[in-house]
Design a protein around this ligand. Structure first.
Ligand code: IFM
Length: 723
């Protein structure tokens, strides 16, 4: 249960397969396309954290040239399934070690020629990609093989790169460039070692060789590529890197990568007994989280579409902290801390944004790019009917983002007990976020309530509402965390505490936070135990999703915004109150959780991939694992099936959905296994779906790796050796 595959070639699956068969290592994302494909097939070597803005288009992450480009030509015919129908095709992804393979046979004239390749982006060495490529024919023929770096890059809002400087020497081809806006240097370099020594002809960035294939004897080559950016002297670095890597050989590098994967799986795997398909889907979700781990940097976080391309501008949303971080907190504390440090490092951007809107403190970017600048535009959706940009308020009003980050920092501190996170910026972020809410909300004098007007909660179809239940609860938590941190610092780090209060001029705010924490308005459940999503929500038209669909004038219409079909009804985009019920499970009893689950589920379109897992998690809390199961499977299989929308008008919006993968993981661990983690203990209350006989997994707790096994209703926990 480690193989994702496709046994046929279907051109309609090309785009989705780019996501489904994605390989990567957090530094590089390489889409699951075939070597002979180009920009039309959305080949991409995505570089998260490298951003560029071209003219007045949206700033987005940058795609690098493709060092694996290879095509075979026989009798003037290109072996490309889009040009010549293959007689058979098989492609697969081995998620145990992040290896993509394909085998495609073509019947060209009287010869059957088979192409085989295998590639990986190394988890061991973040700059390295490697490929083995093989050609076999059933008769003696001469083919032409072209391989090198394809500079023709697929961009959504590009181009982003200056003209390339190509350096060819006998050992490698190097393409060096820099981004247009900020001149960030980028290098892609490749070395190719053929199974026979043949004369090579270079046409710029591509080499061409003629190969006499002997019947049934394979001709092959190994390719080693180096990708880097943001550093000086990259051309020399590339050449030096390849001169050291090539002698090690493909098998050695392959095994190094495999061993690294084994280590990561050893702590991350979740074994399910009794449900093979769920097993594969869950592992596939974990695979996506593993290829996104940011162990090498705290300057880059995980974009909402991962490393699958430029969708959503390659920007980082709350998805990372609320849906992905829990996985890293259980399995990879280096990544978990780096994700937090990214937010600490981008505090300045959040301060600038708060000021821009006339607030104090830190208002984090809804779509965060480098330095925490907000990539979210005021017109983030284009109306399909008028083709006009629509004013949206994600950027201005989705204020829960600062609370989500505060929550994540505190959770990370609780789990790692790493006070350095707090005293090296974490406390400042928390206090600045709390201060932002002080300046955003106000105290209603007639009832002495601290309220938050004019916000957008997770349900993006209802913009600019008052007192969104989720937001208010998260802001209360922010105040609580700020108070806890202040008292911790006062007790244990008095000098630091004094300096911080002084440098932030926080004494008055401290008092106000105490007051706001006590007086913030939280919605009470109504007589049916349902919590109103925001002031006035219950007064909106109560209409079914099916009826709403009939009102659409165009299938791709946006349901939210000023005139969206859902905006004036109770139909919501994604889990909102239900997300709050999960996060604050101890605040609400089962009766309330059940009433809200039922009420909101019927009214939720699940138009965001962040939605299903929250319904799954709360269904588990409600002791209904079998209700949770379809939502869990929906989250876990989203990128296996690729059912999500790929295009909105002309804009590609597909890609992978790592928050959904994270949500599937959370459902398995916190839902089905029923784990609750406290400072001094782990409580396990399993709630397995009926066809699951058991689960086994590991989590890091209190500096130890704990293995938890649930088997036929019994729970076993043991401490593993940390090595
Ligand atoms: O962060 C989400 C948001 O909640 C819904 N729209 C898409 C974003 C990115 O996944």
């Amino acid at each position: 249960m480690w193989i994702i595959d496709e046994t046929d070639f279907n051109k309609d699956n090309i785009i989705n397969n780019g996501n489904k068969f994605l390989i990567g290592n957090g530094f590089i994302g390489y889409r699951g396309t075939l070597e002979e494909f180009g920009k039309k097939e959305l080949v991409a070597v995505n570089l998260p954290g490298v951003y560029d803005k071209y003219q007045d288009k949206w700033k987005e992450s940058v795609n690098a040239p493709n060092p694996f480009f290879t095509q075979v030509i026989y009798n003037d015919k290109i072996l490309n399934p889009l040009i010549n129908k293959p007689v058979n095709h098989y492609q697969s992804l081995d998620i145990s070690c992040g290896v993509f393979s394909r085998i495609t046979a073509f019947k060209i004239d009287d010869a059957t020629i088979t192409l085989k390749s295998e590639r990986f982006v190394s988890l061991k060495n973040i700059h390295l990609l490697s490929m083995k490529y093989e050609v076999i024919s059933d008769m003696d023929i001469t083919i032409t093989l072209e391989t090198g770096i394809d500079l023709n890059i697929w961009d959504i809002n590009g181009p982003h790169l200056k003209e390339f400087q190509i350096i060819n020497n006998k050992d490698c081809i190097t393409a060096y460039t820099s981004t247009l806006e900020k001149q960030i240097p980028i290098v892609v370099s490749e070395a190719t070692v053929f199974s026979e020594d043949l004369p090579e002809n270079f046409i710029g960035n591509i080499r061409k060789i003629n190969v006499r294939l002997k019947k049934d004897q394979s001709f092959y080559f190994y390719k080693y590529a180096y990708i880097n950016h943001h550093e000086e002297d990259l051309i020399n670095k590339a050449e030096k890197f390849l001169s050291e890597i090539v002698p090690l050989g493909y098998d050695h590098l392959f095994n190094e990568n495999k061993n690294e994967w084994q280590k990561r799986w050893d702590i991350s795997d979740v074994i399910i007994k009794g449900d093979d398909y769920a097993q594969l889907a869950l592992r596939y979700s974990i695979y996506h989280l593993l290829i996104l781990s940011q162990r090498h940097t705290d300057k880059v976080s995980i974009p909402a579409r991962g490393i699958s391309g430029q969708t959503y501008k390659g920007a980082v949303f709350w998805d990372t902290e609320m849906f992905m971080l829990p996985f890293y907190l259980n399995t990879d504390l280096i990544t978990a801390k780096n994700l937090i440090k990214y937010r600490i490092n981008t505090l300045e951007g959040a301060r600038i944004k708060a000021k821009e809107y006339g607030y104090r403190g830190a208002f984090y970017a809804w779509e965060s790019q480098e330095n925490g600048m907000d990539a979210c535009t005021h017109f983030n959706v284009t109306d399909v009917l008028t083709h006009r940009p629509m004013r949206t308020y994600f950027r201005d009003k989705q204020i829960h983002i600062s609370a989500d980050i505060t929550y994540a920092i505190y959770q990370t501190y609780l789990r790692t007990k790493d006070i350095s996170l707090i005293i090296n910026g974490g406390a400042e972020v928390i206090l600045e976020c709390a201060r932002f809410y002080l300046s955003y909300g106000y105290l209603k004098l007639d009832n002495n309530r601290f309220v938050l007007p004019d916000v957008t909660g997770p349900d993006e179809y209802h913009e600019r509402v008052n007192n969104n239940a989720f937001t208010n609860r998260m802001v209360k938590e922010t105040f609580k965390i700020a108070l806890l941190i202040l008292s911790l610092l006062k007790d244990k780090y008095p000098d630091y505490y004094e300096n911080l209060l002084k440098s932030l001029n926080y004494a008055e705010d401290y008092e106000k936070i105490k007051y706001a924490y006590e007086h913030i308005y939280l919605q009470e459940p109504n007589e049916d135990k349902v919590i109103e999503q925001f002031d006035g929500y219950f007064r909106l038209e109560d209409v079914s999703i099916d009826i709403l669909k009939k009102r659409l004038l165009h299938p791709n219409e946006y349901w939210g915004g000023e005139n969206g079909v859902a905006s004036h009804t109770q139909v919501i985009k994604q889990a909102d109150v239900v997300t709050m019920l999960y996060l604050f499970k101890d605040d609400y009893n089962e009766e309330i959780r059940k009433a809200n689950w039922h009420y909101y589920e019927q009214r939720t379109e699940h138009g965001s991939s962040l939605s299903a897992c929250m319904y799954a998690l709360v269904a588990c809390l409600n002791n209904n694992p079998d209700w949770a199961y379809p939502f869990f499977m929906k989250s876990a299989t989203i990128d296996m099936h690729g059912g999500s929308k790929q295009y909105a008008g002309d804009i590609y919006i597909g890609g992978t959905h790592p928050a959904s993968s994270g949500g599937a993981y959370m459902t398995a661990i916190y839902g089905f296994a029923g784990i609750s983690i406290y400072e001094d203990k782990i409580i396990v209350k399993p709630n397995l779906p009926k066809n699951w006989q058991g689960m086994t997994f590991k989590i890091i707790h209190d500096d130890h790796i704990m293995q938890i096994e649930i088997n036929d209703g019994n729970v076993y926990m043991r401490r593993c050796n940390n090595d």
